[in-house]
Every structure is written in C-alpha cells, then in structure tokens.
Write a protein that binds this ligand. Structure first.
Ligand SMILES: CCC/C=C/C(=O)SCCNC(=O)CCNC(=O)[C@H](O)C(C)(C)COP(=O)([O-])OP(=O)([O-])OC[C@H]1O[C@@H](n2cnc3c(N)ncnc32)[C@H](O)[C@@H]1OP(=O)([O-])[O-]
Length: 355
C-alpha cells in the first residue's frame, strides 16, 4: 500500500501497534480523565477508561470507533466538529461514529461506554471460546441483491448510500455470488449497481481497517483477497455482462476489461484515480486496457486518471454500447433476455465442426 492512503493507514497502524488502543484513546481521552467532576457513574466511567487501556486483545477498529464516539458524546455531547473531507479517512470515520449518536444524552452515552467496556472485559476473559465464523446464511448477501430469472443471473451492488463502494465483506460476497452463478442454470450473468452509481470502487474504509497484525498483515490479506477477487472474474465460465447504470470508479472500472460486454447509461463515467490515491492500477487493467484501447489511451486513464464519459469509453472500446439513461434499463434488459435464449453450448458444436 503506497501513497496518501498508505501513509494514513501506516500512521493509524503505528499508533495501534505502540498501544493497541491508542487509536481510540486519543489525547483528548487522557486530558479529560481529570476533567470536570461528573455525578454518580463518573467513577465507573473513569474505571472503564482505565480498563480499556489494559485490554490484552485489540477489539478491532469498529469497537474502538464506538468507544471513541461514546466517550466524546459522554464528555462533550452531540458531535460539534465540522465534517472532514472524504479523503480524510481516519477523521471521517471518527466523525461518522460520533455523529451517528445524534442527541444521545451524555449520561446514556457514559452508561453505554461502561457497558461496552464491561462486555469487552468479559469477552476477553473467555476469549479462548471464539465462535467459528460460520454464521453466514447461504445465498444471503448483505451488500448485494442476487436474482435469477429468464436465464439471467443478476448480481446487483446494493450499498447505494455509499455509492456501492466495495467493502471487504462485499468483495467476499461478490466472489460467492459469482461462484454460485457459474454453477446455476442461467446462461448469462449480469453485474450492475443499485441507485445513482454503478460503483465508487474500493471502500475507502478498507484502507484504514488495520488488523491486529499491523499494516504488513493488512497488505498481505489485501493482496490475497484481490488476487482471489480478480481470479474469480478471469475464470468465470459464462458470458459476463456489466450493466453500468451510473458513474464507475477504481476497481469497478479496471475489472470491466475482464467482462464480455459492457452496456452503459449515458450518465455513466469511468474514472481510475489511482495516481491521485498513490495506488497502482489493479484488476489486470495494465494488461487489458492497452489491448482494448491502445497504450496511449490506457496511459491517460490509468496513469493520469482521465475520467471518460460513456461515449468516450465506447469510442475506446471499453464499453460495448451506450443508451440514453431514460430508456437504458428497458433497452438493455430486452436485449439481454433475447441473448439469454441463445444455445449455451454452441461452442461445443463449433469444436466438433473444427476437429
Ligand atoms: C485494493 C483494491 C484497490 C482498489 C482501488 C480503488 O477502487 S481506488 C478508488 C476508490 N474510490 C474513490 O476514490 C472514490 C471516493 N469517493 C468519491 O470521490 C466521491 O464520494 C464520489 C465521486 C464517488 C461521489 O461524490 P458525491 O459528491 O456524489 O457523493 P458523496 O461524496 O457525498 O458520497 C456519498 C456517500 O458515499 C460515501 N462514499 C462514496 N464513495 C465511497 C468510497 N469509495 N468508500 C467509502 N465511502 C464512499 C461518501 O463518503 C458519502 O458518505 P456520507 O458522507 O454521506 O457518510
């Protein structure tokens, strides 16, 4: 992981390594320890803050953010900070967590903080009995809607409030959905997005969600996940079609080079801001894009981050056809339904004829 995101992640991680809980025990936490006297549960609150520092096991960033938010709410009341920008990953995550508490009263926040710490202490005491992570329901996805009809399996990204950004869990779900689609009765598999975006690429929170093993462990895990994710597209055995209903960013664009057809609304744009983020292009794009559009155009997109309109992407061969947004869904699905009726095993016939 390099560049801005990498540096931020490294910073976040370094502090976490020094003291696993430093990330949430921001300086303000220590400063407030001896702050204004609070009533009845102030002692419990302070004791809980001390227990947090003594926890042996890192409770993970989600819990740390919750602790941070409850601490801020308990000591300062509702979120009173200006919202950080989208690329200020760490402060944005902290702001989101605090702001999500709305007008929760200070006393309740204090109590919730104490309860949360108490649950962490008891769970760390019985930490040898970790539940096996087998509670994922079959064919149930939190971030996708998967349907199958008329010979078409549709995999729809379903995080519209995040512009369908791909979280770590969503990467896993997409792989599972593709593997299931590869074996079902459908002829064609379609990937599309719910809402106004097709997909805003890698969820920026993935960059800051550092596991206990630190940034090196994170890099290792990400590389394995990315290899498996891209491999699932490379090995997909049926015609794979992208129905790009709106703007596409990052990995959702690069991976298009591995699709068999790409239909786009005229509202769609195609943006790979890797250099801006200090990342390198993934999804085989450094191989597929020069083949699709020639090296010069690929350079403009992948290295200089030029955002293409749907028309430009079509002219450069990345997109098969562009449709007016008002008729996009109707036209594309009519066409796909017709294609799905083609004999799926036609290639076998060709092989016989050629032999
Ligand atoms: C390892 C694999 C390597 C992969 C590399 C890549 O894919 S590189 C490419 C990586 N991707 C990028 O660099 C894209 C970063 N995102 C953007 O540049 C802009 O959000 C936008 C242009 C997509 C939409 O602008 P807009 O003004 O129309 O809308 P808005 O900004 O108000 O967004 C609405 C809400 O969605 C949220 N959200 C959106 N995207 C993401 C995301 N990826 N993640 C998380 N959250 C995201 C956003 O924070 C906001 O939440 P809030 O505040 O309501 O809680």
């Amino acid at each position: 992981m390099a560049g801005v995101a990498g540096r931020l992640a490294r910073r976040w991680c370094r502090s976490a390594v020094r003291s696993p809980l430093q990330v949430i025990s921001f300086p303000s936490l220590q400063l407030h320890l001896s702050g204004t006297a609070m009533r009845a549960s102030q002692e419990d609150f302070e004791s809980a803050m001390n227990q947090v520092k003594l926890l042996k096991k890192d409770p993970g960033n989600e819990v740390k953010l919750r602790l941070y938010a409850l601490y801020k709410q308990a000591t300062e009341g509702p979120c009173n900070m200006p919202k950080p920008g989208v690329f200020d990953f760490i402060n944005k995550a902290k702001w989101d967590a605090w702001n999500a508490l709305g007008s929760l009263p200070k006393e309740t926040a204090r109590q919730n903080y104490v309860d949360l710490v108490s649950s962490l202490t008891s769970s760390s005491e019985s930490s040898t009995q970790v539940k096996p992570g087998a509670d994922r329901g079959q064919q149930e996805y939190e971030n996708l809607v998967v349907t199958s009809e008329d010979g078409i399996t549709k995999i729809m990204f379903n995080r519209p409030t995040r512009k369908n950004a791909i979280s770590t869990q969503m990467y896993q779900e997409i792989m599972l959905a593709l593997k299931a689609a590869s074996k079902d009765d459908s002829t064609i598999t379609v990937v599309t997005g719910n809402g106004d975006y097709y997909c805003s690429g890698n969820d920026l929170a993935n960059f800051t969600d550092i596991p206990p093993g630190g940034v090196e462990e994170k890099a290792k895990q990400s590389a394995i996940m990315l290899r498996d994710f891209v491999g699932t597209f490379i090995d997909f055995p049926k015609p794979l079609v992208a129905v790009v209903n709106g703007p596409a960013v990052g990995i959702s664009v690069t991976i298009l080079g591995l699709f068999d057809a790409v239909y786009a609304s005229d509202r769609a744009t195609f943006h790979t801001p890797f250099s801006h983020l200090g990342l390198s292009p993934e999804g085989c794009a450094s191989y597929t894009f020069p083949k699709i559009m020639g090296p010069a155009k690929a350079t403009e997109m992948l290295i200089f981050g030029k955002k293409l309109t749907a028309g430009e992407a079509c002219a450069q061969g990345l997109v098969t056809e562009v449709f007016p947004d008002s008729t996009f869904q109707k036209e594309v699905w009519t066409r796909l339904k017709a294609y799905s009726k083609l004999p799926p095993n036609v290639s076998i016939l060709f092989i016989f004829l050629l032999v």
